[in-house]
Design a protein around this ligand. Structure first.
Ligand code: ADP
Ligand code: MG
Length: 642
């Protein structure tokens, strides 16, 4: 739009564009005021510029023109150029206007998109920084040991789990070959294995390794993976080594395997000892009988001595089977509430004698000690076994400490070990300053017959007995030893609330003068053993009934024409155990006396109550032990729980 305006602010001339912009053609324009045509508002924007123009300046203003009946509102740039006459006097001005509506809109759009872009860039930068921070936090806080490597196996970055496992700093590692780091360098052969997998990873192939590594923080097990990181083109751009610690899991697995192995050996041992006891019983009985017969003959001294030796042999074989049964947890236990302080103090003299001059004995008891429920004599045997082991480990002398105290096994501790139970326990710990044990020895000491001692000195049944006793007492056994650092064996027994004093029993009426006229019912499934028992008892004058199993024995007991004074029963029998038989028999005859022949009593724990109130004869037994036990059960007043 072009126009020429006089100093009076009125048009002299305007071009066609006025027609399109304002609906006023060039013919009608001259004489009209600019303010009228452009509108008051637009003109006001020009006012100050016009002042300058009247002084001879060129000005340029942007003006918003309102919509008119012929055109939409528009944005215009108006250049104002003063017109001077020859004398230099301002006589008017030119208005040169361009429609810049589109330009402005484009500018506005551009501005908007610019600011959008800025915002977006800012947002993205923040997000990136945030996600980087998160990734870094993830990397740094991971329990997994992580290292990033270049394709040659040199460290680019390592996380804290990794650096702290080898007690080093990130800065010391960066740029170094990973195989030279303390993570791998301390374990022979591992460097080559990792080098190989780094090379494979650089060509795109991941690998995994189970490793036990000697780190500056100790011997630890890991599952180590080496894998490539692919770049945008799908080529390996870097490598990652990740190590997941498996030490705790491995130890737990080892402990489980160990306990399963011991359990299996226990089953086997128990079975063998059981059969063996039956055989020994028959040998002992027959040898005794032979001796009685032979002693009536003249000149039988040598034969009689031979039989004595046979019986001696039987008795040492019997002590062997007893220890095997203890290991197999098949020992009949006479459990009672026990105070371990008193138990240990009561052993002091015997221990001093056993340990000799060179070994110093320290007994550390605790006040307010809880009670435990164990077989007191077995506890003594266990402590003695441990003391003897300690003595043997200290041939040059040393200190043996027996420590008794209350202790609590936490849920976490219990969960870490397959055989542990949480809760209050009493600890009896036997510690020495002796030679200690290698890892290999330590792994095998619970196996029966494992010994490192010379032939004739060790039987390899000490620790297995202790283990079996502790387990059967629902306790835990913890061994700790290192070569040169001594050995500590800890027995934990669950706390009981029972008092040490005896439970309340009343004495049942004594059936008097029963001996030699009493009737004994013998229940035993092994034909030979039964025949032997029956023979011996008949010989000394008892009336004897026999049953080859529990149900048969019950049928006899139910008969009204039969009175039975005592039940002699094997514990392990097919169809019905001795325990069950005794319980059912007592329902028929509440005051029936019971003598169990043990050797292999299963479920001893469930039947503690039973075992307290009856006689118990250990297999193998000699004739005199058998007759003695029968007599004492018959003569003693029966104890019946009130
Ligand atoms: P034995 O004493 O008959 O060898 P044990 O079962 O009592 O059988 O012990 C098995 C083995 O455990 C021993 O031969 C010995 O190597 C090792 N051992 C047991 N106790 C200790 C100890 N206190 N110090 C060092 N070694 C021990
Ligand atoms: Mg021993």
């Amino acid at each position: 739009m072009i126009a020429h305006v006089g100093t009076d602010g009125r048009y002299r001339f305007g071009n066609d564009a006025h027609l399109h912009w304002f609906g006023v053609g060039p013919d009608a324009l001259p004489g009209l005021s600019v303010a009228d045509v452009l509108g008051e508002d637009a003109f006001a924007t020009m006012e100050s510029a016009l002042t300058g123009v009247r002084m001879g300046d060129r000005r340029s203003v942007e003006v918003r023109l309102a919509a008119s009946p012929v055109s939409p509102a528009r944005q215009a740039q108006i250049d104002l150029v003063p017109e001077q006459n020859d004398d230099g006097i301002i006589v008017g001005y030119y208005m040169l206007a361009r429609d810049i509506t589109e330009l402005k809109r484009a500018e506005a759009l551009l501005r908007e998109s610019n600011s959008n872009l800025q915002r977006e860039v800012r947002d993205r930068t923040e997000a990136l920084a945030g996600s980087q921070k998160r990734l870094a936090a993830l990397f740094e806080s991971s329990f997994q040991l992580q290292v990033m490597l270049d394709l040659e196996g040199r460290v680019i970055d390592a996380n804290r789990a990794f650096t702290s496992a080898i007690l080093s700093e990130r800065a010391d590692l960066v740029g170094q070959p990973i195989v030279m780091s303390a993570f791998f360098a301390g374990s022979p052969g591992v460097g080559a294995e990792i080098s190989g997998s780094v090379t494979r990873a650089a060509s795109g192939q991941a690998s995994k390794h189970e490793m036990e590594l000697a780190l500056p923080t100790g011997k630890r097990s890991f599952e180590v993976s080496v894998r490539p990181l692919f770049d945008m083109d799908g080529l390996p751009g870097a490598l990652v080594i990740e190590a997941v610690e498996t030490t705790a899991r491995r130890l737990a697995e080892q402990a489980l395997r160990q306990s399963q192995k011991i359990e299996a050996i226990g089953q086997l041992t128990g079975g063998i000892a059981h059969d063996f006891n039956n055989i020994l019983t028959i040998i002992a009985g027959s040898a005794e009988l032979a001796k009685i017969v032979i002693e009536r003959l003249p000149g039988a001294e040598r034969a009689s001595r031979a039989l004595d030796n046979t019986l001696k042999g039987v008795s040492s074989a019997a002590s062997l089977t007893h220890r095997l049964l203890a290991f197999a947890r098949r020992q009949p236990l006479r459990t009672e509430a026990v105070n371990c302080n008193q138990q240990v103090l009561g052993m002091e003299d015997m221990l001093r004698r056993t340990l000799g001059e060179l070994v110093q004995l320290k007994l550390l008891t605790s006040p307010n000690l809880w009670n435990v429920e164990v077989d007191a004599s077995q506890l003594e045997a266990a402590v003695l076994n441990l003391a003897v082991n300690a003595r043997d480990a200290m041939p040059e002398g040393g200190t043996l400490t027996i420590e008794v105290s209350n202790t609590h096994v936490s849920d976490a501790d219990a969960a870490a070990l397959p055989e542990a139970n949480a809760g209050d326990h009493v600890m009896v710990r036997v510690r020495d300053t002796g030679a200690g044990m290698s890892e290999e020895t330590l792994a095998r000491v619970l196996e029966p017959f494992f010994t490192t001692k010379e032939v004739g000195r060790g039987t390899g049944l000490g620790l297995p007995m202790v283990y079996g006793f502790v387990k059967q007492s629902r306790g835990q056994l913890i061994l700790a030893s290192e070569p040169g650092a001594g050995t500590s064996v800890t027995m934990l027994f669950p706390r009981t609330n029972k008092a040490v004093a005896h439970a309340d029993f009343v004495v049942a009426p004594v059936v008097d003068a029963m001996r030699h006229s009493a009737t004994v019912l013998v229940a035993e499934d092994n034909d030979d053993v039964r025949a032997y028992v029956v023979e011996v008892l008949r010989e000394v004058g008892y009336r004897v009934l026999e049953a080859h199993d529990g149900p048969a024995a019950l049928r006899l007991l139910e008969r009204s024409d039969v009175t039975v004074d005592m039940l002699f029963s094997d514990i392990v029998m097919p169809a019905m155990s001795g325990w069950d038989l005794a319980q059912k028999a007592r329902q028929i005859h509440p005051h029936l006396r019971v003598l169990f022949a043990s050797g292999y009593p299963r479920n001893v724990e469930d039947n503690e109550h039973e075992i307290r109130n009856v006689g118990l004869l250990s297999k193998p037994f000699t004739r005199s032990e058998l007759t003695g036990a029968v007599a004492s059960v018959l003569e003693k007043p029966a104890l019946v729980e009130s």
